[in-house]
Design a protein around this ligand. Sequence first.
Ligand code: 5AD
Ligand code: SF4
Length: 445
Amino acid sequence: MNVYDSDRMQDLMTATGYEVIDTAQGADMVIINTCHIREKASEKLFSDLGRLRPFKEEKNLKGENMIIAVAGCVAQAEGEEIFRRAKIVDIIVGPESYQTLPDLVGKVKREKSRQINLDFVPDNKFDNLVANDKGVSSSSFVTVQEGCDKFCSFCVVPYTRGAEYSRPVFDILNEVNKIAAKGAVEIYLLGQNVNAYHGLNSDGKNSSLADLITQIAKIDKVKRIRYTTSHPKDMSDDLIKAHGKIDKLMPFLHLPIQSGSNNVLKAMNRKHTRQDYFNIIKKLRESCPEIGLSSDFIVGFPGESNQDFADTMDLVEKIGFTQCYSFKYSPRPGTPASDNINQIDEKIKNERLSKLQSLLTKQQIEFNKKFEGQIIPVLFEKEAPKSKNSAKNGQRQILGKSPALQSVVAEIADDKMPESYFGKILEVKIIKSRPSSLIGEIVTL
Ligand code: 5AD
Ligand code: SF4
């Protein structure tokens, strides 16, 4: 979602005459869009600000200014404290009020004063975003829902992103139609609790995420639809059925469970059990047998015993995931779990994380291996990194995504440029699998 928000901030500022450049040195304005989910992510802000200081001083010596804005969830959580810790910051703006950035920049310039806006008005935010007039990427994010009312005991999101909010259907269809006309082939629907979506439809009733996906699937130029991130509690039967019914809905689901232990799930205030998760996965696989599954895991949650961790490993063994994210528990200020006296030793957290990640990697390798020799449709999006530099030695390569969200690398034909493949879904024969990608040959053009 921060990628989507950063793009929207870029649209807002380019509409007022700014241009995007490659480096912060010499820039008239720098926006740092921040994440507060784990401690490591939020620490980055102050080291980034330290790196910007000499650039701002350089501009000041020339009699010019560099406006520095801190946006996102660290801005929301730390507020004025950022002004106190970092003298070089001019603007602090939260994730639900960044539509006011152009105004705040105007005030900084006119009034020579620091500006802060941490309001929560998501409908106002979406109404005030501007459309960019350039091309869009073939796979594009669209935020459909924001915020969270679930209050898992480890998580800052309900505090930084606020209460759950769903954008109205017409507003989303408008944005999807616009970006599809500019070249978006795949639409990635975003929300912290995307499957809790209940936006207003033109008939005055609320639409579920499955209803919304059904409507988006009718747009001719849209060929693929994905959504993230879902909560098990909101995995409704109509959404599960949609995976079997709507061809454009890709056979992949990221469904965080966080832990395989019922004790830990309860302490996390997750509102579901491991059995609920097994039931959902069973129904999903009945609806769409080839579905690829992903999840988030936290190890070392306060009070997690050896048996609790063994329950997580057992759940992973039983489900079989295709790619996952796993983290060490990181105490976040203001969340209930951070005050728990049963914090787990860092050494144990490291050991558990490494065991879990070995198992997840093994499952990912096994899943990818099954694709060797198969022909699958791949949406190509960009040139493979390093491919340009090594073009003299070998063929340039392009990068795309399989239906199950694996990265697929393929060589391009001698007489073609990489760009001519972008935005196309081509049949690719998989020659080799790697732990986190597939290597293939394009069989159709
Ligand atoms: N510590 C570790 N991981 C966390 N996540 C959220 N909060 C924390 C925390 N305090 C993880 C969860 C969530 C993902 C986005 O980040 O797994 O699903
Ligand atoms: Fe955080 Fe997700 Fe729990 Fe909401 S449902 S509190 S976003 S982990």
